[in-house]
Design a protein around this ligand. Sequence first.
Ligand SMILES: Cc1ncc(COP(=O)(O)O)c(C=O)c1O
Length: 407
Amino acid sequence: MTAGSTSAGSIDLSAVRADTPGCAQVIHFNNAGASLPPQVVTDAVLRYTAHEALIGGYEAAEAAAEEIRSSYDALATLLGARPHQIALIENATRAWDMAFYGLPLERGDRILTCRSEYASNYLAYLQVSRRRGVVVDVIPDNEHGEVDTNAAARLLDEDVKLISITHVPTNGGLVNPAATIGQLARSAGCYYLLDACQSVGQMPIDVAAIGCDFLSSTGRKFLRGPRGTGFLYASERALSEVEPPFIDGRAATWTSTDAFELRSDARRFENWEYNCATRIGLGVAARYAAGLGLESIWQRVQSLARLLRARLTETPGVTVCDRGRTQCGIVTFLCQGIDPGAVKAALARKRINVSVSDAAWTRIDMDARGIPALVRASLHYYNSEEEVDAFTAAVAGLLRSANSIAE
Ligand SMILES: Cc1ncc(COP(=O)(O)O)c(C=O)c1O
């Protein structure tokens, strides 16, 4: 297929757009921020919330126990895991924190991470580095902008206790070689924590093939679940070795005055109190994605993003900034002479949603590339070729009016 053509493949575009009321309202190219949910997800959340208001919070949860439980099954299926390896947590960052801050890192231990690491993760490294004297080493990128796996192998020694990287960076279309890093982590015997916040829902994920000890992700992005949902996968090794950084009455049982017993499954990383409605909605979203097929979703997302990159590359004044050999649904670019924030605002006036990726979210990568901010257009399978054309025309129009004012 050429860069100018796409195929919806086995995805019925009209059907998925009809399932998504937001498609009639906006051109939503902010799926890396939060996707438009399918109606079934919204319905599930509203139905449960209404029931809760009628019969009481605990009573509604009891009545929906099977539905809530099935969300674990759905997420486990999505990741190639088992339901007891899944913890449902309120967002990806807290899920990641529960793994990271639980690791027994001590003075002199080393963490290997990547240049495009997400800010909240890197802030946590800085904190443990200050508090405990843990050393943080950044694996260089290869010439494609991906984590350089040869450099990672060279950096490994017995002091490395953790490799912790981001699968798909928040600020660009590349996909890091997560499975090769997994092989390195296994051969070194260190822990491997993968931030899969931007990859789950847009591509097939198999935790066994990746070989990670922990994988954190969110519900609202490419999975199209409700906001305020996230989850953590923990391997058997992680479950047998890693305690949560703090515990409550769900994570553990107070067995006698001065004793407690931790749960053996991943729910030890959860909170006692949680939002039942959104947990149900998250399970519905995971089943919706599985029903379409992650491989079909991935083909469609890649094909549509390829089309957008090709269209933007042809547009005078636009520089597409994505790197990586495997590219996903995140398309980043700059418009000559127009600040990314102004591009976002101007597109919003035309009911086109994008976001701005500021340097502060991926400081090491953005500083090295000398980019203070990027426009981020993130596509999902339910976006259409017509939307890509309308988007490109809108960007070209902005550039024309900016240049005519400048002349
Ligand atoms: C790569 C990456 N990791 C983590 C997060 C944080 O996710 P959450 O906001 O669900 O905590 C984001 C959010 O944009 C992200 O892009």
